[in-house]
Design a protein around this ligand. Structure first.
Ligand code: SF4
Length: 165
């Protein structure tokens, strides 16, 4: 199975690889846990240069033009608890934009915490992403999901019922 990697898979990979496998295999999570959004393939068509928003999967990103003409992609997050996975997810969107010929910078915004984190697609981050993409393919090509290991994130995870039964 060769499949397109989505930002949602990137995010889950940095939290729980078992979740990545379950998502990739279209196992439907408990719908009450809204923040698990099943990844949809990136719709390249949905990017429109005229618009101020871009749509990747079911994520709407704000496009902001800075004074010096750079494009900045902003993503609002509720909390910075999973900041590392959010950082890699946004870096992945920047990476996909770059592949479409659009060089952009990113900013993660946590309005409730009055915090902003800038993300730049450096060669190191690109390398990190490429290694991650390869490893995600390895994870999802496994016949079985990685074994269940309880983590703090489980209590809010849409696969809780599945994993704990
Ligand atoms: S319940 Fe826990 S182990 Fe299972 S997919 Fe969710 S985070 Fe991973």
């Amino acid at each position: 199975m060769v499949m397109s990697i989505t930002g949602t898979l990137i995010q889950s990979y940095n939290i729980c690889k078992r979740q990545t496998w379950l998502m990739a295999h279209q196992i439907i999570p408990d719908q009450e846990h809204q923040y698990i959004e099943l990844g949809r393939l990136i719709d390249e068509e949905s990017y429109d240069r005229e618009k101020k928003k871009i749509n990747f999967e079911n994520v709407v990103l704000d496009l902001i033009k800075s004074e010096d003409g750079d494009i900045i992609v902003g993503e609002v997050k509720k909390s910075s608890k999973a900041q590392e996975s959010a950082r890699m997810q946004l870096a992945f969107y920047l990476y996909k934009l770059k592949q479409s010929g659009i060089n952009a910078r990113g900013v993660l915004m946590f309005p409730e915490e009055r915090k902003r984190v800038s993300i730049e697609l450096t060669p190191d981050i690109e390398k990190e992403l490429e290694d991650m993409l390869e490893d995600i393919q390895r994870v999802i090509l496994r016949e079985k999901p990685p074994t269940f290991k309880k983590i703090g994130y489980c209590k809010n995870c849409g696969y809780k019922e599945f994993c704990f039964s």
